[in-house]
Ligand binder design. Structure first.
Ligand SMILES: Cc1cc2nc3c(=O)[nH]c(=O)nc-3n(C[C@H](O)[C@H](O)[C@H](O)COP(=O)(O)OP(=O)(O)OC[C@H]3O[C@@H](n4cnc5c(N)ncnc54)[C@H](O)[C@@H]3O)c2cc1C
Length: 525
């Protein structure tokens, strides 16, 4: 008999585990999250929340809270390439932009260190009822047909207790002890090298000399790496991320070595520098062979790892968690068949393969290692918003036999399996973006002549919006064009903002059609 029970045990309390706790709590599930460290890591690590991550956090009312913690010195725009901060400039290329420029969504990148984002996720998850325990390590687990039994050890006093969970979400990072113990391998290009993160304090303003850039890639005989300014109370806090060869270890670099690397990156041999911390991580690219084993589901870095170029890694993990949350919640509530959980891997594994490849391409290009990779390069909006899911939780249309994993979201097809295109709606006289409405349930959108869908939608518990009831004609035209339906047509949007099904026009029995579609999507049929 276990000491306690929970519906979902999340192992790992970093970016992805905390996001999983937040999204599950938002769905009304009270997960138990365990993290072996005593507190959120102070290392900056990933530096940017993507526009899609921001879209999800905005729907939870967290956009302002995240923006308020944005790195105060964040500079959007160019990425600079130079011999050193004071040396010759070798080039500039596009970096993250504050606001989306393609009308794909309502938000843009937010430059916020992982150390500053995670407290926001944790606080809201706890407010919504998640049970989050730091200084608690999961030391072993077993699973059977009905659930998982795990042993939790307190780092404070070494005491142990057992917990019985119906599902376990592994968010335990790239070393992936849970995945490994399940015998799930991984595939992909493998390890490219190591990257050190040296957090230091120095007055670099005279050497920045009024230039604006998000990051500065430096390359000279002493150091090859990335220099970036960090937020926080100290305006002189920076990070230098030098590349190390595979197999090397940052621990061979003492404080003086770190100071010399910083001086070489800045190009000032006697620069006063105070090193705050130094750590390193593996730059690698791989995808797990499976994302699920029985009652255990993998999310984030334990399922896929990619180079930091592009800023896709941690953001991908947040979207894994979002995809999984509504499915777990409905299965746990008996509103969906257990088969719905199979669609997690069906949807996220192909997207992970694609995104890892895009991270690798950007890494090879920026390192000057493989210019030929440019041929496979896809625009950032496509990588972030263009996913096309092919799964049992999507009603694929007859004739749609395109197997592409992505489409261009600036020219959306509105096909089932794609993210619902952005729409500026009006509800009760107030402007609201479609994705801001997605509060965890299914929505049925119809054209202006879609009145016949309203009653059956309400009877099935679907939220309903008739485009044109309050919107001006140009929004109606945009809806019809972007969603590929007629004025009497309807589109079913899943809780994660992806289109489950659409009907080009009116049908004889809308109630019967909607019931059949929901049974299919929720794997009840
Ligand atoms: C030093 C460092 C620097 C990085 N820099 C960048 C960067 O510049 N840009 C970028 O895009 N990405 C960077 N990354 C990667 C980025 O941090 C990850 O993509 C992101 O954190 C993914 O989050 P995750 O939650 O999946 O895994 P992780 O952040 O690795 O978190 C896993 C968590 O699980 C916990 N855990 C593991 N096993 C157990 C257990 N048995 N019981 C309890 N807790 C457990 C760990 O303590 C850890 O907190 C960096 C990573 C590191 C380590």
């Amino acid at each position: 008999m276990a000491d306690e029970t929970t519906e979902v045990l999340i192992v790992g309390g970093s970016m992805v585990g905390l996001a999983q706790a937040l999204f599950l709590a938002r769905q009304g599930i009270r997960p138990l999250l365990v993290e072996r460290h005593a507190e959120i890591s102070a290392h900056p690590r990933a530096q940017a929340a993507s526009p899609r991550t921001m879209e999800l956090l905005r729907a939870l009312g967290l956009e302002d809270a995240v923006r308020a913690r944005e790195n105060p010195h964040a500079q959007y725009g160019d990425i600079l390439q130079a011999e050193s901060l004071t040396g010759a400039e070798l080039g500039r290329f596009d970096g993250p932009f504050r606001f989306d420029r393609h009308e794909v969504g309502t938000t843009g990148w937010t430059l916020i260190g992982q150390d500053r984002l995670e407290p926001v996720l944790r606080e809201r998850a706890e407010e919504l009822g998640a049970d989050i325990r730091f200084a608690t390590e999961m030391t072993e687990f077993t699973q059977d047909a009905d659930g998982v039994t795990a042993v939790l050890r307190s780092a404070d006093d070494g005491s142990e207790r057992t917990v019985r969970a119906r599902y376990l979400v592994a968010a335990d990072g790239s070393r992936a002890p849970i995945r490994t113990s399940l015998g799930i391998g991984h595939h992909g290009p493998g390890v490219f090298g190591r990257q050190m993160n040296i957090v230091f304090h120095a007055d670099l303003d005279p050497y920045v000399a009024g230039r604006t850039f998000f990051l500065c890639f430096v390359s000279n005989p002493v150091v090859k790496g990335v220099l970036g300014k960090l937020g926080g109370a100290d305006s002189d806090r920076w990070v230098l991320a030098p590349s190390l060869p595979p197999g090397s270890d940052h621990r061979v670099f003492g404080t003086e070595d770190c100071v010399e690397l910083v001086r070489a990156a800045v190009g000032v041999p006697d620069l006063p520098v105070t090193v705050e911390s130094a750590t390193s991580w593996e730059i690698a690219a791989w995808v797990a062979d499976r994302f699920r084993s029985g009652r255990v589901l993998l999310a984030g870095d334990c399922a896929h790892v990619m180079p930091p170029t592009g800023g896709f890694g941690g953001n991908m993990g947040i979207q894994d968690a979002h995809n999984l949350a509504w499915k777990l919640a409905r299965v746990l509530r008996g509103q969906a068949g257990p088969g719905l959980l199979d669609t997690y891997e069906q949807e996220r594994a192909p997207v992970a393969e694609f995104t890892v490849d895009q991270g690798v391409i950007r890494y090879l290009q920026r390192s000057g290692l493989d210019e030929a990779a440019a041929a496979r390069h896809r625009p950032e909006t496509t990588v972030l918003f263009g996913h096309v899911y092919r799964s049992d939780a999507v009603v694929q249309e007859a004739g749609d036999d395109d197997t592409a994993v992505v489409e261009d979201p600036t020219s959306p097809t509105g096909r089932p399996g794609t993210r619902a295109p952005h729409l500026p709606l009006v509800r009760e006289g107030k402007d609201v973006a479609l994705h801001d409405l997605l509060d965890g349930g299914f929505w049925l959108l119809t054209g202006p002549g879609g009145m016949a869908w309203q009653e059956p939608a309400a009877a099935l518990g679907l939220s309903f919006h008739r485009v044109g009831a309050e919107e001006p004609p140009e929004v109606v035209e945009r809806f019809l064009a972007r969603y590929g339906v007629q004025r009497t047509g309807a589109v079913l949007v899943r809780p994660d903002g992806f289109i489950a099904w659409r009907s080009g026009g009116a049908v004889g029995e809308p109630a019967g059609s909607l019931t059949a579609v929901l049974d299919t999507v929720l794997r009840l049929a």
